[in-house]
Design a protein around this ligand. Structure first.
Ligand code: HAM
Length: 429
């Protein structure tokens, strides 16, 4: 028997409603913030990610699903959404004068990373992300962070923390990198194997190692915040002041780095609290990528960027662990109970008219006893049950029952066919 590939899941009816609810709640908020949806291909050129995300990142070196297609193009399934959207921004000239500034987009969809699957970590997973192009100041950073928090709040998620840091500019980061390497080198033999291999390739990643001895070693490492230029320092202070002005609590963690290379200046993560959950899980991560548009437009466009992505699977796990229930998504307005062979045509007609009038409707297709059909209507939590038997057809009348109150009334068949809306109103008010 063929099974789904490792690290993927089927999202079945019954589960998908949670996704739809989150997506709808998020869309409402995103549109309030004037973000609009963008959809880009599931696969892109491999080079987009090696250039955009960073040649030495785990995402590119270890986790990418890449292949050569039949035309020998080197292709990758997208491991993240930012580089593709920057590509689309440049390719479609969305920086042009006819477009609003800042240019704000959102996306929801699948990403692919060849990782070791575990709870909240899949090989195909879903992100809800946003990108802002052309926001020059700290206000863009904070407005976008506030948006992420608004989405979580609207979903009634609680007990998370916002952690921020600043990576400064590529120049100051390079200086910091040298300082960090000089600090770490004497400890080389004590570092974990991962950190040893990262030390010269991507030393900032040593800072967020989960290895216990690495953590002890980096505790006294020089702080990146001491290496910031005056301008970056001011921007980071502005971010903090604005967060405070919006009553958004935050922590600063100068050892926090991100797994993708395009970040500069403000970065942030929203995490679950370690005290409550035993481990910290990052639900949402993002920050500034002020050099990425230039990188992917061969230096032609210098447009700053800021964005984030929420991991949908992790968000749903968190909602489940907090007992957050999702309102019923597809209530059944009407269930048609019919009995007698000759009633089938009338039942089908009525069911179609009810649907055309804008109500959801279903019926029994197995000629079960009326009692069984009522049971089914109960199970499906139908608001109203319409009963059609030979008697009803002979008298040109159909019975309607409100399942919650038990109230029952008869209406002329004609009224069902022409004006079901008034019957529904009368029976449910
Ligand atoms: P990221 O931190 O790599 O950032 O991913 C964002 C979120 O996606 C993570 O915090 C996590 O919740 C979720 N995630 C990542 N990998 C997996 C996985 N294998 N399984 C389940 N969930 C996962 C980015 O991708 C950036 N593009 C975010 C961004 C947008 N930065 C600026 N704009």
């Amino acid at each position: 028997m063929i099974q789904k590939p490792k690290g993927t899941v089927d999202i079945l009816p019954g589960q998908v409603e949670t996704w739809q609810y989150i997506e709808q709640t998020a869309r409402d908020i995103l549109h309030r913030y004037r973000f609009f949806e963008i959809r880009t291909p599931l696969f892109e050129s491999y080079d987009l990610f090696s250039r955009g995300v960073g040649e030495t990142t785990d995402v590119v070196t270890k986790e990418m699903y890449d292949f050569h297609d039949k035309g020998d193009r080197h292709i990758a399934l997208k491991p993240e959404g930012t580089a593709p959207i920057v590509r689309a921004y440049v390719e479609n000239k969305l920086f042009g004068p006819e477009h609003v500034k800042p240019y704000k987009v959102y996306y929801m969809g699948s990403m692919f990373r060849y990782e070791r699957p575990q709870s909240g970590r899949q090989r195909q997973f879903n992100q809800l992300g946003v990108e802002v192009f052309g926001g020059e100041s700290a206000e863009t950073d904070v407005e976008t962070i506030a948006l992420a928090i608004d989405i979580l709040n609207a979903l009634k998620v609680s007990d998370f923390k916002l952690v921020i840091n600043s990576l400064g500019t590529p120049e100051t980061r390079k200086e910091y990198r040298d300082k960090l390497v000089a600090y770490l080198e004497p400890y080389f033999d004590e570092l974990s194997e991962d950190s040893k291999s990262r030390l010269y390739q991507n030393p900032l990643r040593v800072l967020d190692s989960k290895d216990a001895r690495d953590i002890e070693i980096v505790a006294d490492a020089p702080s990146i915040l001491d290496s910031l230029s005056e301008e970056s320092q001011k921007r980071f202070e502005d971010v903090q002041q604005l967060l405070t002005a919006l009553d958004i609590p935050f922590e600063i963690d100068s050892n926090m780095v991100r797994g993708l290379d395009y970040y500069q200046e403000t970065i942030f993560e929203i995490m679950t609290n370690e005290e409550t959950y035993g481990t910290e899980t990052t639900i949402c991560g993002g920050g500034n990528y002020n050099g990425l548009v230039a990188e992917l437009s061969d230096g032609k466009q210098q447009v700053p960027g800021f964005g984030f992505a929420i991991g949908m699977e992790r968000l749903i796990l968190l909602m489940e662990s907090q007992g957050i229930s999702v309102p019923a998504q597809h209530p059944l307005d009407v269930y048609v109970v019919n009995f007698g062979e000759e009633t089938t045509a009338a039942a089908t007609q009525v069911m179609q008219k009810v649907r055309h009038a804008g109500y959801s409707c279903d019926r029994d297709f197995f000629n079960r006893k009326p009692r069984k059909q009522f049971k089914e209507a109960d199970k499906l939590a139908a608001d109203l049950v319409i009963t059609i038997g030979q008697d009803e057809i002979d008298h040109d009348e159909i019975q309607v029952k409100n399942m919650a109150t038990g109230e029952q009334n008869a209406f002329p068949l004609q009224q069902f066919l022409t004006d079901f809306g008034s019957i529904y109103q009368q029976m449910t008010n």
